[in-house]
Each structure stands twice: as C-alpha cells, then as structure tokens.
Design a protein around this ligand. Sequence first.
Ligand code: FE2
Ligand code: FE2
Length: 250
Amino acid sequence: MDEITSKLQQEAQRIASKHPLPAFYTRFKAPLAVARRLFYNHPGIVRLRGIVEPEYNEALGHGVFHSSRVSIDCAALIQIETDGDHMAPAAVERLMVIGIYSGVLHDICREEKDHALIGAQRAKGLLEGFLLTPEEITCVSEAIRNHEAFASSASSGRQWAQLVSNCLYDADKFRWGADTFTHMLWHMMDYQSLSPLELIEKFPWGMSGAASVIETFRSATGRQFGPEIVEEGLEIGKEIYRYLIEHFRE
Ligand SMILES: [Fe+2]
Ligand SMILES: [Fe+2]
C-alpha cells in the first residue's frame, strides 16, 4: 500500500474510532464470544483456515480481516436466531460451525467474475476431507452461492440450511458498514491504483450502493440490527469524503 493510501486509511480509522459501536456488537457480546471461540479453536475450522487463508486475496480487501469478521458474525447470528427454538445446545453449536465454514470459504474465489457460484463449487471439493455430512457440505455451498448482494438467491428446502444462508448473507453485508471505510476501501484503492481525486469521483456511487444494501437483510436479526451498522458506516464515509475533498480537491 502506498504512503498516501496508508495515511488515508489511518485517518479513516481515526474518524471511525470516534463513532459508537453499533448495537449488534454491544448487545450480543455473549453469542459473539462463543462464535469467536469456535472460529479460533474448533479443530476443523482451524484446519480449514490453515489451508485457505494463505490463498486469500488480501489485495482486494477480502482477506483474513474480512472473512474472520463475516464468519464470527454469521455464527453469532445463527445463535441469536435459534434462541427460543428449544434446539439442543450441541445442535446450535453445530450450525454455528457450519456458518463459520461458510464464512471462511465464501470469498475464496473473489477474483473470479462469478465468485459466488465458482466459490460454491470449489467449497464442495475443499470440504470433502472434513467431518461434514453431504447435507452440511451442500448447505455451505448453497450459502456461498447465495451471498452476493443484488443477485437472485435460490431458497433452500431445509429450514436450517436457509438460516445459515441468510446469516452468511447478513454477516457479509454488515461489512458494508464501518469495515468498508476502515479497511476494504483502501485495499481497493491500492489494488486499482486510484488517485485521491479518482476516489473522490467514485465516492458518491459507492455510498449509494452501500445505502441500498440496507433493504436486503434476510434474517430477523439482520433486518433489525443491520441497517444501523450500514448507516454508521455511511456517516463515517461522509466524514472521510469531506476530508478527501478538503485535502485533495483544488
Ligand atoms: Fe463475496
Ligand atoms: Fe465477502
């Protein structure tokens, strides 16, 4: 990352640090802690991460930071969504693990044109050597296929698989909040060798895209808490846009 982009990222992180954490992250600390524990300690997940993390395209902003946040939020959403369903704790944990497998693999083919579809196929092959049932592998693959915004999504015949799919989608779209401005944007700017002026030109388009994702959350928890996450990101984005204009537009 060049010096200007890295300084802009630092400035964006400074701006973001002044904003409060969205309610999802303060209200659901317990499910998030369980999800984090599984992400870092579950043997199958640790093994899968060891295989795929070195392949992540960090340059596109879809590396370890992105996939770990998607995986952890996805698993937390699954626990929150199943609360009150009287499911056995082991069954809930199993679904959370499936959600994390989906999160770890969802952007594995990020640089491909149809990255959701191709990633879904690749995930199936990768998971063959893991202790998952065929139905669980299909669930992960379908969730990955369905994770793109503004694209049609196929519904799953099984309620639990639909839940994983919805939670993966929502956890991925939570990243259109502050994460866009603290991380993703700068990796993309660097990858595309954009100058600050070119970034200023593209900025309003990017902001309107983020705003329209608000309408697309799929789980009840995502619909309730997702809009605040994205809106908070947009507020941070507006401040960064003003900073860019002040410092780079003559
Ligand atoms: Fe993706
Ligand atoms: Fe993603």
